[in-house]
Design a protein around this ligand. Structure first.
Ligand code: IVH
Length: 720
């Protein structure tokens, strides 16, 4: 277990010092990035770091650093803006992706209200603005506080920043004594383009899209900076009210307009679903020509008495739905298809595209998934293709514009040999299903340099051995120079260096190694600034620490197919030492049935893992490389499963945002308590722990009758 995963109570003094240093560096980088309005992490993650730092300092007061993040002056308790609990939660919206979904929404509403089939439910329809929601609190007509949505329950006080927005009145007439107006802060497309051009001219980093840009601007520490950004605001909802605004959604929003707020001109009221769907079409047709980004149309039940009867489910109202537009598409030329070879030899085709802007983001790569996909699309180098970008996922190639195909374009011949090592690349047939794998794999195994380098990257990665200073680029470099070819080489690096092995003229030389350090202005980038000796010392120290990583991390780091984090942990818990797991692997490779039975009887481990282990150890060079590695390690044992825990043996799934722990921490803790952590909800799931923003998994759990709890309820359940 690395120190960043350990509970504070379990840290040794040495680990605590290391952890405080890591936290100071990480938070300084996050602060710098935040000030540049390019946040590196969510606020919840930042707060978690701050909290952890505080706890460690509480336990080891003597270790408190001179540059302790707790002492940063001028910072509110969170280090940034003051946190404010919303008087009424700020909700999110359920999504609809088709007309059918919208009809179902109406049916649900009617059923809930006990209305007949022929009863009408008037709805409002308005664009869903792609910005950030804000809550404006007016007391006796005066704007007293403005907050961000935050997690929906607690937001941040950004009053000064919001007051700089011209669309937001500082005083209003004819409003209830207490009135919270909610709406969207956004940036117009033209203003965004102009702003980016100015940033670029000054050599500063530009924003990817209007939303990021609005987010960065509204949460600027210096409200004077926010004032320079042409932000705007549409009012569309409300929070706490001392008296009702109206009887309908429509009238309430009209009142906002009379008070001096901007309301969206495309908002309409309709009596039938057919009418709102027609309005959706109209808005979608205008989407590109609107001066602000929108990503759908929001429908709301117009009658406010009905809204309050309908209420909310988890975090979203039953009385509203967001009808999303389909993902944005664009056409561009596919210049080349590259094949990337992963650590297990999987060959993934990637489309290299002529750069094109889709939904405000420049795209130059798209995934083509696999060989079947290329054949299905009949996509060729030189083709004009339609690409789609949905949310934050990797863009996809949707189709080929065959009319634009150049005469010379030839069907793409998916390589049957590995581009890195020349070994045969095959599509295996699954012995159980008899089906051909969609993935073509290089069979070069240990001789394939692409697999070798990817395996090493995996070995040093954060969830495996977590070796600081051996980043992806360094691994490629060391591998290329034959200084590290297998995991064991990492642990002999220092000795070889001291022996002068690398100082032979004309051969690779460790002295050219530069640890790349973050700078304040470029926290996310790395520049060579640290002296060689110091960086080398740091690297060697990090390698030293890694020698005693836990057994499960070492096992996971080996990159045996199907032995992921969870399986590695199960193996480590059951067999305790790495040597025993290796023995087991060899026995499996020799066809030892008793051992195999023993293994597949472990809850959570099946035939696939047994097959994969057998295959790995059947290759003697794998076993030998593992032996060489283990000679350098003294892995710590993983705690045994706490079988008396209330969640022992249960299958749990985490979804949404967790506020009190990171996802990794939550998983580690659940596993330590004997629970199985799965990523998808199924009939086998016992508990779904849903944080804010939970979506389809929550729905599925409800459909399947799976027990659902909040993070707090979960913590109470597992508290010792
Ligand atoms: S109503 C009771 N109306 O969408 C529901 N939200 O996915 C409160 N949004 O957090 C929201 N345009 O930031 C509503 N016309 C609109 C909207 C809108 C954009 C955002 C809002 C909300 C998110 C939910």
């Amino acid at each position: 277990m690395s120190t960043d995963e350990k509970l504070v109570a379990n840290l040794t003094e040495k680990e605590a010092a290391k952890e405080l240093s890591r936290l100071a560096t990480q938070m300084a980088a996050a602060d710098a990035a935040y000030e540049e309005a390019q946040p590196l992490m969510s606020d919840a993650d930042y707060d978690a770091l701050r909290q952890r730092n505080k706890e460690i300092e509480g336990r080891f007061p003597a270790l408190k650093r001179a540059d302790s993040p707790s002492d940063k002056v001028g910072a509110a308790p969170t280090g940034r803006f003051k946190k404010v609990r919303h008087a009424a939660p700020m909700l999110s919206l359920d999504n609809a992706f088709s007309g059918e979904d919208v009809t179902e929404f109406e049916t649900r509403v009617k059923r809930f209200l006990g209305l007949g089939e022929d009863d009408g439910v008037a709805l409002t329809a308005e664009p869903k603005i792609d910005g950030l929601s804000a809550n404006l609190r007016y007391e006796k007509g005066k704007l007293v506080q403005g907050t961000t949505r935050g997690d929906g329950t607690v937001g941040e006080d950004i009053t000064a920043n919001l007051k700089t927005i011209a669309d937001i009145p500082h005083t209003v007439k004819g409003a209830p004594d207490i009135m919270e107006v909610r709406g969207e802060v956004y940036l117009g497309k033209e203003d965004f383009a102009r702003m980016n051009a100015e940033l670029a001219a000054r050599g500063e980093k530009v924003f990817a899209n209007t939303r990021n840009s609005a987010a960065g601007s509204i949460r600027h520490k210096d409200a004077g900076e926010t004032a320079k950004r042409p932000l705007r605001f549409f009012a569309y909802a409300w929070g706490e009210l001392s008296a009702p605004l109206a009887e309908t959604q429509w009238e309430a929003v009209q009142r906002f307009e009379k008070m001096g707020f901007s309301i969206n001109p495309l908002m309409m009221r309709a009596e039938t679903v057919g009418d709102v769907l027609a309005h959706y079409q109209k808005i979608e047709a205008q989407r590109a020509s609107l001066d602000y980004d929108i990503d759908g149309v929001v429908y709301k039940v117009d009658r406010l008495d009905w809204q309050s009867r309908l209420g909310i489910v988890t975090r979203a109202p039953r009385w509203a739905v967001a009808h999303k537009f389909s993902a944005e598409k664009a056409q561009t030329i596919l210049e080349r298809i590259d094949i990337q070879v992963g650590r297990t030899g999987a060959m993934t085709p990637t489309a290299r595209l002529h750069p094109v802007t889709v939904g405000g983001v420049v795209v130059s790569n798209a995934t083509l998934h696999n060989q079947d996909e290329i054949e299905r699309l009949d996509v060729r180098e030189g083709d004009t293709v339609v690409i789609q970008r949905a949310g934050d996922v990797i863009p996809q190639v949707l189709s080929v514009v065959t009319e634009k195909r150049p005469k010379s374009a030839k069907p793409f011949a998916f390589p049957e040999r590995c581009p890195a090592c020349g070994s045969a690349a095959v599509r295996e047939v699954n012995p159980r299903t008899g089906e051909r794998d969609v993935v073509r794999r290089c069979t070069g195994g240990l001789i394939c340099p692409a697999q070798g380098v990817e395996r090493l990257k995996h070995f040093v990665s954060r969830k495996a051995m977590d070796i600081d200073g051996l980043g992806m680029r360094q691994i490629e470099d060391f591998f290329g120079r034959h200084m590290i070819r297998e995991p064991a080489d990492i642990f002999t690096l220092e000795a070889r260096h001291k022996d002068g092995v690398f100082n032979v003229p004309g051969t690779s030389d460790l002295n050219s190694y530069k640890r790349l350090a973050p700078t304040k202005s470029k926290p996310a980038r790395w520049t060579a600034e640290v002296t060689n000796q110091k960086s080398l010392d740091n690297l060697f120290a990090a390698i030293e620490t890694a020698r005693s990583r836990s057994v499960d991390r070492a096992l996971f780091g080996l990159g045996i197919r199907h032995v992921g984090e969870v399986t590695a942990r199960l193996l480590a818990q059951r067999f305790e030492t790495a040597e025993r797991v290796v023995e087991l692997g060899r026995a499996l490779a020799n066809g030892d049935e008793a051992v195999r039975d023993d293994l597949v009887n472990i809850d959570g481990i099946g035939e696939t893992v047994a097959d994969a282990m057998a295959e790995f150890f059947r290759e003697e060079r794998n076993g030998a490389a593992v032996d060489r590695l283990l000679a350098h390690l003294t892995p710590t044992q993983v705690e045994a499963v706490a079988s008396e825990s209330p969640v022992a043996g249960k299958t749990v799934v985490f979804t949404g945002k967790l506020e009190q722990m990171t996802r990794d921490e939550a998983k580690a803790r659940a596993t330590a308590l004997g629970a199985k952590v799965a990523s998808a909800v199924s009939g086998k799931t016992d508990i779904l722990i849903a944080g804010p923003g939970a979506g389809s998994k929550l729905k599925k759990a409800a459909d399947l009758g799976v027990q659902t709890m909040t993070e707090e309820e979960w913590l109470a359940l597992v508290a010792d």
